[in-house]
Design a protein around this ligand. Structure first.
Ligand SMILES: Cc1cc2nc3c(=O)[nH]c(=O)nc-3n(C[C@H](O)[C@H](O)[C@H](O)COP(=O)(O)OP(=O)(O)OC[C@H]3O[C@@H](n4cnc5c(N)ncnc54)[C@H](O)[C@@H]3O)c2cc1C
Length: 230
């Protein structure tokens, strides 16, 4: 895996997430029109207090109005296969049917292999795969069939979008040390980009043990106490 991989950018988000959520929260309990609530809201401390209280009460539908769009490159198909399991996310991923790899294809080398005595053999395996892929293509096999030999390591690109509620869920599951390394790095980068813009979200974009106060995994990393001990 290259040092800067995966390449993650936050390409679209609401201009004011806090105010959007605050307006959604207040609309539920106000006789006023939402647009008036929006126009009158400028006390950020007051907004933050209400939003945090609403979230603590579990009224998470109010954060579904904030949609985030990420551009992601340099991730393995193994990683994207895990990401697409999240059913409240939307994806547009580089197709292995419509995009024919030219010569050597880009692939991810996990850190456990990178720099190890096995790395040269791993690279050789990928080179051989690329050669055979090219042979299939040059013999008239369509890319959609030639791709059958491409490995989980093949690098991919995608646009992935999700709302804030799903991002928190993603963080809870995929920042856990039991999640696979690459999707943990990817999720961490996604969360960091959001926190950069909205620092108040830092406390929510955490592994689930931090959110619930104990570990409910079978195999615990020991960072917090197991559920049975709390
Ligand atoms: C450490 C780890 C190991 C894993 N190992 C495996 C594995 O070995 N094999 C495997 O197949 N998967 C594995 N997964 C994937 C896992 O089972 C989930 O598919 C994935 O994490 C998405 O989680 P989710 O369903 O909670 O989230 P999302 O699909 O993002 O949904 C968010 C929430 O919406 C609700 N929801 C969504 N769809 C429905 C629905 N149809 N009905 C009711 N409620 C719904 C649920 O509350 C859900 O938690 C693993 C995940 C992790 C984090």
């Amino acid at each position: 895996m290259k040092e800067n991989f995966p390449i993650v950018n936050l390409i679209s988000m609401p201009d004011d997430m806090l105010k959007t959520i605050y307006t959604a929260c207040r609309t539920c309990y106000s006789a006023d029109y939402p647009i008036n609530i929006w126009d009158k809201s400028n006390d950020r401390e007051k907004m933050l207090k209400l939003v945090k209280n609403v979230l603590a009460s579990g009224h998470h539908s109010t954060i579904e109005h904030c949609h985030l769009v990420f551009s992601i490159s340099g991730v393995s198909r193994a990683c994207t296969h895990q990401l697409v399991r999240h059913r409240h996310m939307s994806f547009s991923q580089k197709s292995q049917r419509y995009v024919t790899e030219k010569g050597e294809f880009e692939y991810i080398t996990p850190p456990t292999i990178k720099g190890s005595p096995l790395e040269a053999e791993y690279d050789e395996f990928m080179k051989k795969t690329a050669e055979y892929y090219s042979k299939l293509i040059s013999n008239g096999i369509p890319a959609e069939d030639a791709r059958f030999i491409l490995p989980n390591a093949a690098s991919s690109s995608l646009i992935a979008s999700l709302n804030l509620r799903e991002l928190i869920h993603l963080a809870n599951l995929r920042l856990c040390t039991n999640a696979q390394m690459e999707i943990r790095i990817l999720t961490k980068k996604m969360c960091e980009l959001v926190v950069e813009k909205e620092p108040w979200l830092k406390e929510y974009l955490v592994p689930k043990c931090e959110a619930i106060g104990y570990c409910n995994e079978h195999r615990s990393c020991g960072r917090v106490q197991k559920r049975e001990k709390v």
